[in-house]
Design a binder for this molecule. Structure first.
Ligand code: UT7
Length: 325
């Protein structure tokens, strides 16, 4: 039973924060951020809730497919930054969209969340071919960054995406050919996001640093550049392909230097490597669907293309997927 992506919707907050804006509040420069990361700006919410942003992304996804909202059977929220643990982002968005009696839940695989979401969607579609899935890959990272920590505060941004998947071939954007997801907690302390139930808390306790994202950037960089090409080679060889069969590489958008290094190690030409991190920063689970959406809007993603997706994030978690457009 084949599985297909039908449409991808995106919603962004209204506020754009430039590197110069950040330099007003912390010891950094536009030059440092652009040279080290490629990021020029990011979007950050002001008052809008995560649920509202993700609802807008879902509406955007429904606007470009003939699949009607009432046929959705499952909503998966891939996020590390929901408004609340309960209700989950998926349940809150279902409520906003007027959906009841559906299966809705969140899961967290940090920056690999979209690929983990595709893996779960694939399993659900295999289990029941009449399922139709709304996969939210959506983050308000700005609510989880410590503005006193310049080593992380300049990297992240907010974005919401919604992907509709089903087993129907008609009207599809791409077939989901394969997905591989992995995790290894050996180096889990290199990238952490606390603020959960690891420590007892009492009313009135102040927020501690571990509520925010904390990262050993150099270690994450090194491992991302080592692991992403390996998982790409694994998914290619498992499916009988080589890198020459790939028309477009979309890697998790954390840093243009990581993306270029992954492309080089794979031996794919840079014109086949899509990069949009300069406009959005690292939006964690949302970067890959945001890049897919933009590649389609810009006419880069064309019917017939074979697309390789790859992500790496906290945990560590990582994954890769193959799409046939
Ligand atoms: O999405 C999850 C995956 N996350 C990633 O993939 C991120 C991976 N890591 C990276 O992208 C990079 O490691 C960073 C962009 C985070 C850092 O770049 P780097 O080239 O590894 O820089 P560094 O950490 O080695 O820091 C170099 C210098 C340090 O100063 P000293 O010790 O050399 O004096 C930092 O204190 O740059 C300093 N620095 C800054 N300077 C200005 C760190 N952050 C900033 C800043 N502005 N924002």
């Amino acid at each position: 039973m084949k599985q297909y992506i039908h449409s991808i919707g995106v919603a962004l907050p209204n506020r754009i924060v430039s590197n110069a804006d950040l330099a007003l509040h912390m010891d950094t420069t536009d030059e440092w951020i652009q040279t080290r990361t490629g990021i020029a700006q990011r979007y950050m919410v002001e008052e809008e809730s995560h649920t509202s942003l993700a609802t807008r992304a879902s509406e955007c996804a429904f606007a470009t497919t003939s699949i009607p909202p009432h046929t959705i059977t499952h909503i998966i929220g891939a996020t590390c930054s929901p408004d609340t643990y309960s209700p989950s982002l998926a349940v809150s968005v279902a409520h906003n969209l007027g959906m009841t009696n559906i299966c809705a839940f969140d899961m967290n695989a940090m920056c690999s969340g979209y690929l983990y979401g595709l893996e779960i969607a694939r399993g659900l579609l295999c289990a029941n071919q009449s399922s139709t899935i709304l996969l939210l890959a959506s983050e308000l990272m700005s609510r989880r960054i410590n503005m006193n920590d310049r080593t992380t505060a300049v990297l992240f941004g907010d974005a919401s995406t919604a992907t509709i998947l089903s087993t129907q071939h008609e009207g599809a954007l791409a077939e989901l050919e394969d997905v591989i997801c992995c995790a290894d907690g050996t180096l889990s302390n290199c990238l952490t996001l606390g603020g959960a139930c690891g420590k007892p808390k009492a009313v009135g306790d102040s927020i501690t640093d571990d509520f925010f994202i904390q990262m050993n950037g150099r270690e994450v960089f090194k491992n991302a550049v080592r692991i992403m090409p390996t998982i790409c080679e694994q998914i290619l060889s498992t499916n009988g392909y080589t890198i020459d069969d790939i028309d477009l590489l979309i890697a998790h958008q954390a840093n243009f230097r990581i993306i270029e290094a992954v492309g080089e190690r794979l031996g794919i030409t840079q014109d086949k490597v899509f990069i949009n991190v300069h406009n959005y920063g690292n939006t964690s689970s949302a970067t890959i669907p945001l890049a897919l959406y933009e590649a389609k809007e810009q006419g880069i993603l064309q019917p017939g293309m074979k697309v390789l997706l790859v992500a790496f994030g906290g945990g560590f978690t990582w994954g890769s997927a193959l799409l046939q457009c």
